[in-house]
Design a protein. Sequence first.
Length: 346
Amino acid sequence: MSFRTIEWRDDKVVMIDQTRLPGEEVYCEYGDYKSVAEAIRGMIIRGAPAIGVAAAMGVALGAREIIADTQESFLRQLDNVCDVMARTRPTAVNLFWAIERMKRVAVCSCDKSLDELREILKVEAIRIEQEDLAICKAIGRHGAALIPEGATVLTHCNAGGLATAGYGTALGVIRAAHEAGKNIQVFADETRPWLQGARLTAWELMKDGIPVTLISDNMAGFFMNRGEITCCVVGADRIAANGDTANKIGTYSVAVLARENNIPFYVAAPISTLDLSLENGEQIPIEERHSREVTHLQGLPVAPEGIAVRNPAFDVTPARYIAGIITEKGVVTGDYSKKLKDLVTP
Ligand SMILES: CSC[C@@H](O)[C@@H](O)C(=O)COP(=O)(O)O
């Protein structure tokens, strides 16, 4: 991949600004945790695994900003930093998973000096980023086997290198199939209202020379019905214990259309996206974003001023529509309740 989504460089967090793609490839540098939190909220960085990495790096930056005399005071202040990071976006569980992992590491190392603690947290954040890249490659390897030669794969939103530390989950599967020499092509839903498909998926696949065709969201059924789509692969923001999956708004419609047209619908996600504390998808918190994302396009109004708007950013696809959940440990099919639990038990 010819871009870096996020990295720790010279004690700064550097991210590609996803609000400015595909027009401009601009990298932003952050030296304090509050601006990393703002970057997550403002979707400079987005996508479940990527915001997990960003939150971890934000906590590591915050640790460097803490002035404390004792370990207790350091840990108390670190909790405040974690709270700020946790209030950025509510749906993707990877964010909370990464924050908890950082907290655990801090608590387990509280016999160390404060300087050592800060270093340990930095190393852990970088480890989360590097692990995510390796996990995406493993997801790709497992998922590629599901993609037939000559397939047209429909994807929704951006579950690519931009949404992870690199390589991607859904796009990781597509990349791996392409790298294995399969002659495949992608149909990318534009993904209203934020246009992750048009702006990000189209950009990163074109950059990598993977054939991609952009369609508007309401065209998916047309192409499925004509037999032009072989399978669907999407990412996930949170997967409940029974396999119900929250992902970008519009994913549910794709899954229902795929079922109607006998097309397999796969979810690709790391195990850090599982939230087994939730019995089913109804319990997943759904972020509602600003109405302006719906009423405006590139700053220009596309609706009458004052119109009532709803803007849920995610929806939940019931497990019964999902042909398989592709993880770094393999593909889970069938009885998700039991098999997802087995996946996380060491
Ligand atoms: C590998 S990313 C999976 C999901 O996070 C992705 O499909 C998605 O819904 C992203 O939503 P976003 O609002 O752009 O953060």
